[in-house]
Write a protein that binds this ligand. Structure first.
Ligand code: 13P
Ligand code: ZN
Length: 275
């Protein structure tokens, strides 16, 4: 099969374009990675090269040795992915030590995978283990309302989780584990990757203070839908806070417990505190 026609590549391209049209990807902002299934990589193997040199990932991901990923390029614009995928995205392979990667396809005009590759791969490693291999997509975006909230809410998991849950009845069903918050850190390196992947052991969503958001999911629809739901909830909260400083009414802890029972989700009691 032609690599560009493979359904997983088409799904990846569509998600980049959808994210751009949501206004989450100014300039080169944000990045996306997909852990490719063995049958998918097998179906496109004629187009993979083994000539490029191994490069250090900048961290160790032994749980991903020998795996292949489809990843956006560093400095590349999401809005250009649909126009010229081969110039803006790439397939990378992780070596047998989990310390190095090499480009097997794409970035035909040069370049390297996203500067957030350490965060993507460490999150993949954690989520692969935590989900029994089901999670395959890690998505980083710059949605304005989530970022705005990091200036006005305390940077605590329990505050972000509860405020976002309260803004739309379906939120606790879409992200029942809650939301983790990473305090401000320099992006693009191992330290922020370690901090984010630590939160990903527990959550599918990690907010990066004054920067953006990371989401993890099983496929493109679920992961895009998760980012979309979190950002919409943040937008409602920004509107509510703009209209008046306090809420006149909201969803109460008892009501969250009723919702959890009917929708068969478990909501951690630590997020159902009385205010
Ligand atoms: P890249 O262009 O290297 O993917 O970086 C964009 C970004 O959002 C960094 O956090
Ligand atoms: Zn970013």
């Amino acid at each position: 099969m032609k690599l560009l026609e493979a359904p997983f590549v088409q799904g990846f391209i569509r998600m980049c374009d959808d994210g751009f049209h949501q206004n989450w990807h100014e300039r080169n902002g944000g990045n996306l990675s997909y852990r490719i299934k063995s049958e998918e990589i097998e179906s496109v193997k004629e187009e993979l090269s083994r000539d490029k040199p191994w490069q250090p990932i900048g961290t160790g991901v032994p749980g991903l040795k020998g795996e292949y990923f489809l990843v956006t390029g560093s400095g590349k614009y999401f809005r250009n992915v649909i126009l010229d995928p081969a110039a803006n995205i790439c397939v990378v392979e992780v070596d047998e030590t989990g310390e190095n990667y090499r480009i097997c396809w794409g970035l035909v005009d040069g370049g390297r995978p996203t500067s957030e590759l350490p965060s993507h791969l460490m999150n993949h490693e954690v989520k692969k283990a935590a989900s029994g291999g089901r999670h395959r997509v890690i998505y980083h975006a710059h949605p304005a309302n989530i970022i705005a909230l990091t200036f006005v809410l305390p940077l605590e998991d329990k505050v972000f989780t509860r405020e976002l849950w309260e803004m739309a009845t379906e939120c606790p069903v879409v992200f029942p584990a809650g939301v983790g918050v990473v305090g401000w850190m320099v992006p693009g390196g191992r330290d922020i990757a370690v901090a984010t992947s630590e939160l990903m052991k527990r959550y599918d969503v990690a907010v990066w203070t004054h920067h953006g958001c990371f989401c993890s999911g099983e496929d493109f629809d679920l992961t895009f839908g998760l980012m979309h739901t979190v950002e919409k909830s943040a937008e409602i909260l920004v509107k509510v806070m703009s209209i008046r400083p306090d809420k006149l009414q909201t969803i109460r802890p008892r009501e969250f417990r009723d919702l959890a029972a009917d929708f068969h989700v478990t909501l951690p009691e630590e997020f159902l505190f009385e205010k």
